[in-house]
Design a protein around this ligand. Structure first.
Ligand SMILES: *[C@@H]1O[C@H](CO)[C@@H](O)[C@H](O)[C@H]1NC(C)=O
Ligand SMILES: *[C@@H]1O[C@H](CO)[C@@H](O)[C@H](O)[C@H]1NC(C)=O
Length: 184
């Protein structure tokens, strides 16, 4: 936690310190809690929850700006493209930034939308479409710079990096020959 922005008033800083102090007294330091990896989720659940509330939750608290964990008697699901956060109570929210969720989000094992969007940053690659909350970015080869797909992707003009090989190579043109979009 950095106090880089000096716009906080002293009384707010004092309040924050008091909140952190009590948060630390409570099981783990809640403000530095990181959620377990999915593979470790059950271990944490067994150590932390009991039989009456066996489902371990670890979610971002949008009001307190940190992750929070607790136990409930059921798990929750949200529709594709969304995840759960805590905003007072459990609340749904669309995937943000560079993540997406192509199938139902479940709280058992997850604290954020499941996949990180692909970055089209290999040699010759550029972003073709920036995807959405349920779909990954797609990439293409920058034909304006002479690049072409090594293996022609299913959709010919763009490529899904998680499903196929999106490598590009510099196509050598013969003299008086130019690459055009229909060719790559
Ligand atoms: C289970 O844990 C909850 C808090 O998460 C607690 O209120 C309850 O008393 C516990 N029940 C048993 C049987 O230990
Ligand atoms: C996201 O994009 C995919 C493929 O382009 C499309 O099928 C889907 O409906 C879109 N989802 C949303 C939530 O806009």
């Amino acid at each position: 936690m950095k106090f880089a922005h000096c716009k906080y008033t002293i009384s707010l800083i004092t309040q924050i310190i008091i909140i952190f102090y009590f948060a630390c007294m409570h099981h783990v330091c809640a403000w530095q809690l990181t959620c377990p990896e999915s593979s470790q989720w059950n271990l944490r659940a067994r150590a932390f929850c009991n039989i009456t509330k066996p489902y371990y939750y670890c979610l971002y608290d949008a009001n307190l700006f940190h992750y929070k964990d607790f136990c409930r008697d059921k798990e929750d699901f949200h529709k594709p493209g969304n995840k759960y956060i805590i905003r007072g109570d459990i609340d749904g929210e669309p995937c943000k930034g560079n993540r997406y969720q192509p199938f139902k989000f479940k709280t058992e094992g997850y604290d954020k939308c499941i996949f990180k969007k692909s970055i089209c940053n290999e040699e010759g690659q550029i972003l073709q479409n920036s995807g959405n909350t349920t779909a990954d970015n797609s990439c293409r080869c920058d034909y304006t710079k002479g690049y072409s797909f090594v293996i022609e992707p299913t959709h010919k003009c763009f490529c899904h990096p998680t499903q196929e090989d999106c490598s590009c190579y510099m196509k050598k043109c013969r003299r008086n020959e130019f690459l055009n979009p229909s060719e790559y």
